[in-house]
Design a protein around this ligand. Sequence first.
Ligand code: CUA
Length: 330
Amino acid sequence: MNLGFALGYLMTQTATTGSWWKPIQASSYASSVDSLFNFIMYLCFFFFVLIIGAMVYFVVKYRRKGNGPEKTSPIKGNHTLEIVWSVIPGILLVIIFAWGFKDWLAIAVVPNNAMEVRVTGQKWNWTFTYAKEGIVSSDLVVPAGQPVKLVMTSSDVLHSFYIPDFRIKRDVVPGKYTVLWFEPGEPAIHQIYCTEYCGTSHANMLSKVKVLDSAKYEEWIANGGEEGGSSGVPLAEKGAKLYESRGCVACHSVDGTQKVGPTWKGLYGKEHKFVDGTTLAAVDENYIRESILVPGAKVVAGYANVMPSYQGQLNDKQIEAIIEYIKSLK
Ligand code: CUA
């Protein structure tokens, strides 16, 4: 593989596959973000070679050649040279600023026709609320080609909302709202990350953006946010999905593995000892429900009181589904 080919391979950026070092461009402004990034990077390559090349050349050319006293040339300065190496970088900086400002405006100004989704960051999951439709979802589901405005806040600590394929990222802060917008391209699924270290399971704070065509999106809304409808699916199966999507998986195992919280395997009907010395003879529906809504009420001995409340995040049906799922884990 020759160098030209290798560089060409590294630089190739297509909208559908991404490149060796950049993900696919899946939002309306992803390609202009990449163009500016590439411009700055090539500029850096160029000046790196120019400056380091000149340095190496001069080091070799003007090295000390003998033992006798060698006088350096009496150079006082060169106005032309100084003007050139001030004005050219000055112009380049203004170009980078103007270009960056133009792209920044495009990202900062939300279009009037954008639909709104509320985003809540919580240790350790994302919740997406569709206020008008009354839908709460663990994935960000959006129609293709429609601008989407995200109004984001955190219910505990600092998080950072990041969709690499869309080239957007912004801090999610408790006690205030931050805003992002994007216009997704073709129907596809994209990864959402948290990029602010927010505790033990920060790395598991994952959700998906599901870009659907408008008919599928309408269907999703009509079904109250549950894909493929909600009838006919056993409760325990729904609970298993919630376990994955609502972040329970970050702290509770279902196979007996030790995690931040007690495992769910064999939990139902088991005796529980609490940090305050009391004992529950057998874990039942009421205890599980209380632990989901008021986690600090009875903390299991040997574990820290770190679980956030899911009050307002899970409705009664979803809590029932989780209880059924726990019951199924013998
Ligand atoms: Cu939330 Cu890291």
